[in-house]
Write a new protein. Structure first.
Length: 400
């Protein structure tokens, strides 16, 4: 094997030592490497020094308002699914200084801010989150107004994706057309193919020129190319999961995966703005904002200017906002969405209907985070199904 053999669309076997060499090559190339790790009772994305810190032997159980980790000797490195974090936490950070100003002799000048940090490499990104990335790219970089911080971080982002081979009860990526197979945006794409009782092994697809360059720089001893049969078998892993999800087969210890019927969903929701279901869900919704904070596609933010005591230095800070807060829709001294029902309706109809007009795609990837992390287990798939089951057909011209 020579470096020339490591090119885009080539496939290789990796073990943990090989993954370690890739992390080391990324670090040498100046990347901050982040990956899933067990912390505070969840699988979260954190700085990763070595793949030995990945959650080998951990499984997550997820359902409405429910998240638990348990150890399972048969579980691989990536058999957990998505946790509360996503790429959004890094590309569009929860709080960011976007401008600084200084007053000198009565005149204000703007100083450059660069909070983009070193280039980021993320290990273990799932298909649903790659779709969320594509959606956020459109929001932050499509059209005339490009967000400079997001664009700078996005341009240098290196992605090691993972094909899922297990789903939890809150997953419905298959019904949104977003997973579970990795189909775009990755630099390297892993499929875990460990033999029973064996050391973790991965089939690694080189999915970009940058991926090829990093794999070559990793200089892995005895790197072995996959045979055509092995590539086919690896491709079959997420395909098999997709079949099980479409058949709504439950994984061991899980309820059946959810599904969302997207047929005609834009018109269904806009035609049912006065449906009684909005008031029913509002009796449970706490307006806590969790669903929007964990959603990998939600992008609302507020901007505040913060001065120091002298008044000569001002920082303009952007932080995540949520359409579940009263302040989000405050105009002329009052909120235009002063009921929980109107705020829940705004969130769901924007996500699944308004987004189609605005960005030509759904705003939902079926990752299921909003269901898992809702403290009362409100379920976006259940709410849509309830409206679909008894449509009222009214109010189509009035947007929430
Ligand atoms: S709306 Fe819910 S399921 Fe859809 S992308 Fe956001 S968090 Fe995931
Ligand atoms: S739907 Fe759930 S997570 Fe979202 S604001 Fe209401 S209670 Fe909080």
């Amino acid at each position: 094997m020579s470096d020339a053999d490591i090119r885009s669309e080539s496939w290789w076997w990796l073990d943990i030592a090989g993954l370690d060499a890739i992390v080391a090559a990324l670090t040498r190339a100046g990347h901050r490497v982040v990956g899933p790790q067990v912390a505070d009772g969840a699988v979260v994305l954190r700085d990763l020094a070595t793949p030995r810190d990945l959650p080998l032997g951990w499984l997550d159980e997820q359902d409405g308002g429910h998240y638990r980790l348990r150890q399972d000797a048969a579980a691989g490195v990536f058999d957990h699914v998505v946790g509360p974090h996503s790429l959004k936490n890094f590309l569009f950070p929860p709080r960011e200084t976007i401008a600084r100003f200084t007053r000198t002799d009565g005149s204000w000048t703007q100083q450059p801010t660069d909070e983009t940090g070193p280039p980021l490499a993320v290990i273990g990104v799932r298909a649903c989150d790659l779709e969320a990335l594509r959606i956020q790219d459109r929001v932050f970089m499509g059209g005339d107004y490009v967000d400079p911080g997001y664009a700078a971080r996005r341009e240098r982002l290196f992605l090691v994706a993972v094909n899922c081979r297990r789903a939890v009860a809150t997953c419905f990526c298959h019904s949104m057309g977003c997973g579970p197979a990795v189909t775009h945006s990755a630099d390297l794409a892993l499929t875990e193919c460990t033999a029973a009782g064996g050391e973790p092994m991965f089939v690694c697809e080189v999915a970009s020129q940058r991926g090829a360059a990093i794999l070559a720089a990793a200089a892995i001893d005895g790197l072995v190319a996959c045979s055509a049969e092995e590539i086919e078998a690896a491709r079959g892993v997420p395909q098999d999961l997709a079949r099980r999800m479409h058949e709504r087969q439950a994984e061991p210890g899980q309820s059946r995966p959810r599904s969302l019927d997207t047929h005609g969903i834009r018109d269904l929701l806009f035609d049912n703005l006065e449906h009684p279901r909005w008031e029913q869900v509002a009796t449970r919704c706490l307006s806590c904002t969790n669903c929007t904070l964990v959603c990998p596609t939600c992008f609302c933010a507020s901007v505040t200017e913060v001065a120091d005591l002298s008044g000569d230095h001002v920082a303009r800070e952007r932080q995540w906002q949520s359409c579940f807060t009263l302040d989000h829709a405050r105009m002329h001294g009052q909120s235009v969405r002063n009921s929980t029902a109107s705020r829940y309706r705004q969130w769901l109809t924007h996500k699944l209907a308004g987004w189609i007009d605005q960005f030509d795609s759904s705003g939902c990837t079926g990752c299921g985070r909003c269901i898992t992390w809702c403290p009362v287990g409100i379920d976006i798939t259940e709410e849509v199904a309830a409206i679909r089951a008894s449509p009222k057909d009214g109010g189509g011209e009035q947007r929430p």
